[in-house]
Design a protein around this ligand. Structure first.
Ligand code: UD1
Length: 427
């Protein structure tokens, strides 16, 4: 077992390069199954959710060849099954994108219910509503496995009652090779939805409107080979921006699409940071005290829920009282208990958290309770006085490539330390 040991207080400075977007790549890798020829995917982040997706593809028979650390070639022609490995599927949320991809490819899928971060009930009723609208029938859950069959998928209109990233992706995947036109209304507009549409279109699909709330997909019969580069990760970029602010640093965050960061930039500026936008980079500086502000998470282009814990750490250090309202998930404040161990003063009531800013956080042993909560603990540790040890780093490494190395280059004092099994058992 490993932990991060952070000695807080170092001001971050220098430049950091942002990796490919986790939430885009975990949709694009299953989408390769739909292709009739091999594809090359570039700018793949080296994170465990990617290894899991690649292992799922290999276990299904696809030929996966690493060209270099961030480029992979996948030949889906040898896929021989419509089933996804149970143990692999359970370790990540996005394994359910194999349902849409397999349905689209072979008209049937057997995929275990997914795992991933827990921030409340994570239903998939809208995914199923979409698959049913396209003509698929689902069998009752058996051993936690979802099974769907369709004689022919037929395009149809689907209205999403709630804006859902996952349902939008899954319906797009199923519809790409269906007969006729599928229209997704009240679709999610996140950057990774646009990235998936761009990838599908590069293979010859006909997807229009991604990035708006109406996506139209005209089914095609054949998808050809493509080489595609994943967009930069909006949330990884936002996390490093928050780290720069938390340490009163001066960091150039490179390889980003500044437009994707607008809601994050606006909040950090409101808190007193200076942010300079360039073509594909943002420079984040902060010297004075942090100002309080209120944040409400919303679907894109609103403030992303996946940046909520990170901004929470900053608000715990801002002068005065700030309020965060979580607009997406019912239980995304579990990191607050950990933050309190470091001296933060936060009251949570349902989907609202009230932060009473404190002068400083103090180092403590804390746990990453999920991926972004884990990133928040790293930010807290960087800003805190003293030593912070972060447990549960497996969550963090599902989504942040080389986080220790990137932070070390920026001047942080962070190390991965090994904890012997016996010590863990006795803890
Ligand atoms: C994706 C992201 C996750 C992010 C979330 C919201 C991936 C792999 N994960 O998760 O990091 O936090 O978007 O931006 O891209 N809902 C339903 N029924 C459904 C599906 C969703 O009611 O069938 C509800 C959920 O309970 C939630 C809301 O819709 O309240 C948004 O969920 P959704 O956008 O689907 O999140 P994910 O795709 O799971």
């Amino acid at each position: 077992m490993e932990k991060y040991r952070i000695c807080g207080g170092n001001r971050l400075s220098g430049a950091v390069d942002i990796s490919g977007a986790k939430n885009a790549v975990v949709a694009i890798l299953p989408a390769v199954i739909l292709c009739d020829e091999p594809c090359v995917i570039e700018n793949i982040p080296n994170i465990s959710d990617v290894s899991t997706s690649l292992n799922i593809l290999s276990a299904m028979g696809a030929k996966v060849r690493r060209i270099d650390r961030n480029t992979v070639e996948i030949d889906p022609r040898s896929v021989f099954t419509n089933e996804v490995d149970h143990a692999l599927a359970r370790t990540m949320r996005a394994s359910y994108y194999f349902i849409g991809a397999l349905l689209g490819k072979c008209g049937s899928a057997r995929v275990p219910l997914p795992g991933g971060c827990w921030f409340g009930v994570r239903p998939i009723d809208l995914h199923l509503k979409g698959f049913r609208a396209l003509g698929a029938q689902d069998l009752p859950l058996d051993q936690g496995v979802i099974e769907l069959h369709a004689d022919h998928l037929m395009g149809n209109s689907v209205y999403l009652d709630t804006v859902s990233v996952g349902a939008t992706v899954n319906i797009m995947l199923a519809a790409v090779r269906a007969r006729g036109m599928t229209i997704i209304e009240n679709a999610a507009k996140e950057p990774h939805i646009v990235d998936l549409a761009n990838f599908l279109n590069t293979m010859g699909a006909d997807v229009r409107g991604a990035g708006t709330d109406v996506i139209k997909i005209r089914g095609v019969q054949h998808l050809h080979s493509a080489t595609y580069s994943i967009i930069p990760d909006q949330i990884e970029a936002g996390t490093y921006m928050a780290m720069a602010v938390a340490t009163h640093g001066d960091v150039l965050v490179r390889n980003v699409i500044p437009k994707h960061l607008e809601s994050i930039t606006a909040k950090l500026e409101e808190m007193g940071a200076t942010i300079e936008e360039m073509d594909d980079a943002v420079r984040v500086r902060c010297s004075g005290p942090l100002h309080h502000c209120n944040v409400k998470t919303m679907p894109h282009p609103g403030f992303p829920t996946d940046m909520q814990p990170q901004i929470g750490v900053l608000l715990s250090l801002a002068e005065g009282t700030s309020v965060i309202t979580e607009g997406i998930w019912e239980n995304r404040f579990r990191y607050v208990d950990e933050l309190r161990r470091m001296g933060a003063e936060v009251q949570v009531d349902g989907k609202t958290a009230v932060f009473q800013g404190v002068k400083e956080l103090v180092g403590a042993p804390v746990e990453a309770v999920d991926l972004r909560a884990g990133a928040a603990m790293v930010i807290a540790g960087l800003a805190a006085n003293g030593i912070t040890e972060v447990d549960g780093i497996g969550y963090i490494e599902r989504g942040y490539e080389d986080i220790v190395e990137k932070l070390t280059r920026l001047g942080a004092d962070i190390r991965r330390i090994y904890v012997p099994e016996a010590q863990v058992r006795n803890a």
